[in-house]
Ligand binder design. Sequence first.
Ligand code: NAP
Ligand code: MG
Length: 501
Amino acid sequence: MPHAMEKPADFHHAASLLRFETRAFINGQYVDAISGETFETSNPATGKHLAHVSSGQAPDVDCAVQAARQVFDKASWSGMPPRERKKILLRFAELIEKHSAELALIETLDCGKPIRDSMGVDLPDAIETLRWHAEATDKIYDQISPAPRDVVSMIVREPIGVVGAVIPWNFPLFMAAWKFAPALAGGNSIILKPAEQTSLSLIRLASLASEAGIPDGVFNVVSGMGPTAGRAIGMHAGVDCVSFTGSGEVGRYFLKYAADSNMKRIVLECGGKSPVIVLNDVVDFRHAIEGITTGILFCQGENCSAGSRLLVHESVKDQLLSELKTAFQAWPVGDPLASSTRVGALIEKEHLAKVMSYIKSGKQDGATLAYGGQRLYAESGGYFVEPTIFDNVKNTMKIARDEIFGPVLSVLTFKDTQEAIQIANDTAYGLAASLYTNDLNAAHRVARSLRVGTVSVNCYSEGDFAVPFGGYKESGFGGKDKGLAAHDQYTQSKSIWIQLR
Ligand code: NAP
Ligand code: MG
C-alpha cells in the first residue's frame, strides 16, 4: 500500500510523480479486463493522455456480480452486526481522508476541476457523506404495525442485495459516495461503474475499501463504456437495483433495461435547468450575487443543480446584472492545479463544442451576450470557456430550455411573482431552485409553488448530508440520494405476521 501523500506545496510536481492504477477492482483484486481491452482517459486541461484504463464489458460485469452475490449470500457483510459494519465504514472514511490529497489530485487531473474544489469540496464532502451514512448504520429501526394482541406484525428492512451504481463524470468520487455509503451501510454489495472520462479516482478508492476491512466482493469497480459495461449492469439478472446519476437520455435506458431483464429497482438522478428567482424586495444584493455566481460557475457549470436561469424582477435587473458582471470577474478561469483557479476545464472536446454551440444559438435566437462567450487558452490544448451571461433571454429559447452543463447563465425578467413561478415551472426538469427575498411570506409561498425537489432560499445550496436530494418531473425517478431517504433505495421491507398460539 503506498504511503499517503501529504498536501503538496506544488501540485504540478506531485502530479508528475503520480502512478495511476487503471484496472478494475473485482472481488478484492485489481484485474485487467477479460478481453484485455483498454480505453484512454485524458486531462481536460491539456487534452493530453493520462492513462489507459481497463475496458470492462459484459463478462467483467458478470464476474463482479457473481462475487457480489456470493459474498451477499455468505452474509459476511450483509449479516454482520450493524455496529461492526459501522466501524469498518468509519475506518474507510478515515483512510479516504488520509489519502485525500492524492485522490483530489487524481480527480482534478482526470476531470479538469479546480484543485481548490476537489480538495475543498469533493473530498471533504465525500468523506462526510460516508461518515454520516456509516453513523446511521446502527440507528435505523424497523417497525411493528398495529395488530391484535395475539399477533406480532413486524415490518423489517432488509438489504436489497447486489447494487449497480452508474456514475457521471462531474463529481466522480462524491456522486459515488452518495450511493456507496448508504448501500454499504445497509449491508449490500455494490458494483460501481465510473464514467469513462473519470475512472481513476474510484479505481484508486477501491483498495482503501479493502484496507478498511470491507470483505472481498462487497465493493467492486468496473470501469468501461456506457453501452457495454453500463448496459451490462442494467441488463444483468443478478443485479437487484441500479442507482444512476447522469443524463435523462441514459436514465431512460435504465428503465428499459429493467423492463427487459428482471424488473430491478431503478433510481435515477438526472439533469436540471434550475431557476434562480430574485424578487424586487431584495435590497442588498450581496447574498444573491454570491449565490447566483456560485450556482452557475461552480464546477464550470457542469453541475446538475446549476442555477442556469436567472429570473429577476424587471425593476432590479439592471443593477443586479451590473453587480453580477463584477462578481464573475472574481472567478478566474485557468490551470486547475493553480490554487487561485475557480473555473477549470470542461470535461472533453465534444462537450466544449456543445457548450460553444449553445452560446452560438443564444446569439442567433436574439439573446444579448452580456458577458464572456469565448473559448479560452486554446493553445494549451485544454477545454476552457469564459463564464458567460446572456441577457434578454426568452424561456422558449434553446439556451433557456436545454441543460447546457457549462458556465452559461440566462437572464430573464418577470413583472410579478406569479409570472416568476410560471416561468420557473415551465421546464421539463424539476431538480432544484433558488429564491432570494426578504419577505418571509413570499419565501414560504414561492418555495411551495416550485415543482422541484430542492429549494434553497437566500443562498445556493443542496442542503447538507442529512437532506434528501432528487428531482421532480424528468429530473428524477424512484428515490432520493442523501439523508435517511437514501437508505430506502437500497433496502426492501418485509412484512412478517406472527400468530401467537
Ligand atoms: P451520462 O452520459 O448520462 O452518463 C452517466 C453514466 O451512464 C456514465 O457512467 C455513462 O458511461 C453511463 N452510460 C452512458 N451510456 C450508457 C448506456 N447506453 N447504457 C448504460 N450506461 C450508460 O451523463 P454524464 O454526461 O456523465 O453526466 C452529465 C449528466 O449527469 C447531466 O445531465 C447532469 O445533469 C447529470 N447529473 C445529475 C445529478 C443529479 O444528482 N441529479 C448529478 C450530477 C450529474 P460513459 O462514460 O461511457 O458515457
Ligand atoms: Mg479524464
